[in-house]
Design a protein. Structure first.
Length: 189
């Protein structure tokens, strides 16, 4: 599948992220990503992307012995370079062909595999029990480093919108539960 566009949006009524993948063949894959899934997936794909970027550098294996600060700076530079060349302005185009069906796939398992050519394979799967005994669904993406960085950027924006990156906090001792509107907790569910 040749990827044409990616979209990640937070859906507050579902309290999930909706990942949509649009192909050059006019197909669209829709996937739900939960907060629980993202807690484990985000650190994994971030680390994997950094490692893949460093492998592609001209210095190659010489970077293995470099200090962590240098490796981080080089990876951050490459990530920023990819983002500057990415097109985040073109509106996402909905597609009418939905190979996975109208209902988005509820991702329960993800396998992330670095490939020798610098690409990353993401296998996104839904357990059969999620759909009431129906046949499990799955989907694979192979992303080059540029596209992977674009996906990470979109995920990061959606995580900020969902406020999933903010730590859970308890009210301070002595804080009035009847305080002003801004200090009251918000409940999403």
């Amino acid at each position: 599948m040749q990827i044409h566009q990616l979209s990640v949006t937070y859906q507050p009524e579902q309290d999930r992220l909706l990942l949509r993948v649009n192909s050059t063949a006019g197909e669209e894959m829709r996937l739900w990503l939960t907060r629980r899934l993202m807690l484990g997936l985000w650190p994994l794909v971030s680390r994997l992307q950094t490692e893949q970027l460093l492998k592609l550098e001209a210095a190659g294996t010489a970077l293995d012995s470099a200090d962590e600060e240098l490796r981080r700076m080089l990876a951050d530079f490459r990530k920023e370079e990819f983002l500057q060349r990415a097109d985040f302005e073109t509106p996402y185009q909905d597609q009418s062909t939905l190979p996975l069906g109208v209902d988005p796939l509820l991702v329960t398992d993800v396998d992330a595999t670095p490939l020798p050519d610098g690409r990353t394979r993401l296998s996104l799967n839904e357990r059969a029990s999620v759909r009431g005994g129906e046949k499990p669904r799955g989907f694979q993406l192979e992303l080059d480093p540029r596209l992977m960085q674009g996906l990470l950027h979109l995920l990061e924006q959606a995580l900020a919108t969902a406020q999933w990156r903010e730590p859970f906090t308890a009210p301070l001792a002595g804080q009035d539960a009847e305080g002003d509107e801004a200090s009251r907790p918000r409940y999403l569910n």
